[in-house]
Design a protein around this ligand. Structure first.
Ligand code: GLA
Ligand code: ZN
Length: 668
């Protein structure tokens, strides 16, 4: 199953009319119509209304919300509302409250606060999902199911400890296997009974926080267990929805590059992926782009939904800057360019009370339709309406893949040595950014992905190489492709045990290098890499070429003159090894050389502010998105004769093509 079929890009967002008297709803719908809003996500936090007591259900408000939406010709993404507990549930079953990393049993409060292993939570959450499905499966407004909200966090209670042990039994079979996997003879940890195993927390294996563990094996398994425990909650709800509604697509809203949950383990269970984009402050536009491509990669390149973004400002940060005029439009088209088939906001109308009352909304507290934000939202709504269905279902024809792996992320960042300062997403982003700035479309894929469509595979910081990936990477090179990997790759097996081979383990034959030693230095220290005119930091593998030729070398220290970057001929292709954390200009040069070899540099690769992305519609229509991220106009020369779908204007090949500040063109 894929995302819901719609005649245009669904436009709208989270809508909580239950917070307001009904005369306000009249204003809302009038304004929605003006803004071209056709889709509302409802019911995300309604549990204490729909079930005010254990045996009392009350759907009158939700009925009215859905009926009203239908009467207005709008569709609804209906949430099951199980992300925030009603107080009575926590009162009646205190064990539904989470126990935190420090071992403190929480009392009622906040949201995203349920213990995933609590039978009471699962029973009531499933009960709510079932009732909603029974009631609304055939409602004319229903477009999609939205289970829970932004799953995340962990619980360290006794129920979770017991569930963890069950999970471990399943995974390892015997205690001998577990002891071997976790290397428990180290520090006298050999377990002789499953009940001796404790969740890794501040009270057990950890010190100074979740990244410092005495046993990587147990902590890794705990992250996997947490992923699966929350997935179990999702599946419990999905199952009862399916029993009553076989046809409506089901999703839950993810958070992009979110470390705690391995979304690749979830992906097969979603009908379509969706996610909430709140880019970090001052992040380059390739950060949200990477997350979009990661989310698109969850369902094998199928379009995803942008389930939330703010029209103007967030509230949860210490300082919450406004989106400047034009930035919302640019961010929305960026999402569409990367595969979003819906553009939804958090939120449609601002709350009056509680912690999100200053969070940006399409409609502010005064209910006006002449604010700058409302006008920008309405203009964008009209523009998307004009664009119609042309982008829907379109795929990205990328020939470059970037391997993204949660196990590697976890294992690398919980490792003692060589450096705590290496952050997996930063390394991955540097390579992604280089490829995108050079104009290449990139599929961000799991280790298990089919790599046959790709000529270039970037696998930076691939700490844990699993299954037959090494063989498939060799196959890419053998048929003429290029594979790149870096320092901190090919280091450990699936239990985080060092491999009994030379580094980079299973990647060594393809890379033609051997690494016996690595140096790590504080961030102030920069090693020079003269051939690239670049600098390198943090970690420095000392490379012994075993067939590979040096492309660039270290400039100083006892390993001066030894390779920092190598290239190895393999079959008809190549393996590139980057032995250190090059600065961005260094990464750019390496990646551009590889892309140029495969003729994958984009037509506007020399315009640093201009992002390009391609989508090919189901009918074969090829669309090239041009996004100008600079506050000045971008002066380009059209690479082909095309029509800009947003203006209807034709540009001829070789003629000037000017993008406005923060401007967008969609060339067909
Ligand atoms: C998340 C949640 C929303 C809201 C926004 C605020 O994405 O899903 O309920 O809290 O953050 O930015
Ligand atoms: Zn628990």
């Amino acid at each position: 199953m894929t995302a819901p079929r719609t005649p245009r890009i669904p436009y709208g967002g989270d809508y909580n009319p239950e917070q307001w008297p009904e005369d306000v709803w009249d204003d809302d719908h009038r304004l929605f119509t003006r803004a071209g809003v056709d889709t509302l996500t409802v019911g995300v936090f309604t549990w204490s209304l729909t079930q005010p007591a254990p045996d009392t259900y009350d759907f009158t408000v939700l009925d009215r919300v859905l009926d009203r939406a239908a009467a207005e010709g709008r569709r609804v993404c209906l949430a099951t509302g199980t992300a925030a507990l009603p107080p009575w549930l926590a009162e009646r079953h205190p064990e539904v409250n989470r126990t935190d990393f420090e071992g403190r049993r929480h009392r009622y409060g906040q949201r995203h606060n349920f213990c995933p292993s609590s039978p009471a939570y699962r029973r009531y959450a499933r009960g709510m999902a079932r009732r909603l499905a029974e009631r609304y499966a055939h409602h004319p407004a229903l477009l999609a199911w939205h289970i829970n909200n932004e799953y995340g966090g962990a619980c360290y209670c006794d129920l979770c400890a017991e569930a963890f042990r069950e999970w471990l039994r399943d995974r390892h079979g015997t205690l001998d296997a577990l002891n071997d996997a976790w290397w428990t003879t180290f520090w006298s940890h050999r377990y002789t009974d499953w009940d001796q195993i404790e969740p890794p927390s501040a009270l057990t294996e950890h010190w100074s926080g979740p990244d410092h563990t005495a046993f990587q094996g147990i902590t890794l398994d705990w992250f996997r267990f947490t992923t699966d425990a929350l997935l179990g909650c999702f599946l419990a709800e999905k199952e009862v929805i399916r029993a009553h509604d076989p046809d409506t697509p089901v999703t839950t809203n993810f958070m992009g590059t979110f470390r705690p949950l391995d979304y690749h383990r979830w992906a097969p269970h979603l009908d379509f992926a969706s996610w909430d984009s709140y880019p970090p402050l001052d992040a380059p536009p390739t950060r949200p782009a990477l997350a979009h491509d990661l989310m698109r990669g969850l369902k094998d390149g199928a379009p995803f939904w942008l389930m939330e973004q703010t029209p103007s400002t967030t509230a949860c940060r210490d300082v919450n800057p406004l989106r400047r005029p034009g930035e919302l439009r640019l961010a929305t088209f960026q999402a569409i360019a990367h595969g979003a088939d819906a553009a939804l906001y958090f939120q449609m109308r601002a709350s009056r009370g509680a912690c999100e009352k200053y969070h940006g909304a399409v409609i502010g507290h005064a209910g006006r339709d002449d604010t700058r934000v409302f006008c920008e939202v309405a203009d964008l709504g009209a523009e998307l309406e004009r664009l119609g269905a042309v982008t829907l279902g379109a795929r990205t024809p990328a020939r470059t893949a970037l391997v993204f792996d949660w196990d590697s992320w976890w294992a690398l960042e919980i490792s003692d040595g060589p450096s705590r300062l290496v952050k997996y997403p930063d390394v991955v982003h540097a390579y992604y950014r280089a490829a995108r700035a050079a104009g290449a479309d990139v599929d961000v894929v799991p280790q298990t992905a089919d790599l046959t469509p790709h000529d270039v595979v970037l696998a930076p910081a691939l700490y844990m190489v699993k299954g037959d990936l090494a063989t498939r990477l060799e196959a890419v090179a053998r048929r003429g492709g290029t594979v790149l990997t870096t320092f901190l790759s090919g280091r450990v097996d699936e239990h985080d045990r060092a491999l009994r081979t030379d580094v980079p383990g299973p990647l060594a034959p393809l890379m033609g290098v051997r690494v016996d030693e690595w140096d790590a230095r504080p961030p102030e220290f920069a090693q020079t890499v003269p051939e690239l005119g670049a600098q390198a930091r943090l970690v420095f593998d000392i490379v012994l070429p075993r067939g590979a030729e040096p492309v660039a070398t270290y400039g100083t220290d006892f390993y001066a003159g030894t390779p920092a970057v190598t290239r190895n001929r393999y079959g008809a292709g190549e393996g590139w090894y980057v032995a250190t954390a090059l600065d961005q200009p260094g990464v750019d040069q390496v990646v551009r050389r590889i892309l140029a070899h495969h003729d994958l540099l984009g037509p506007y690769a020399d315009h640093p502010s201009v992002e390009t992305a391609t989508r090919v519609a189901p009918d074969g229509t090829r669309l090239l998105f041009l996004l100008n991220h600079a506050p000045e106009p971008a002066h380009l020369t059209a690479h082909a004769t095309a029509t800009d779908l947003l203006t209807g204007k034709r540009v001829d090949q070789g003629e000037p093509l000017v993008l406005d500040p923060l401007g967008v063109a969609v060339l067909q």
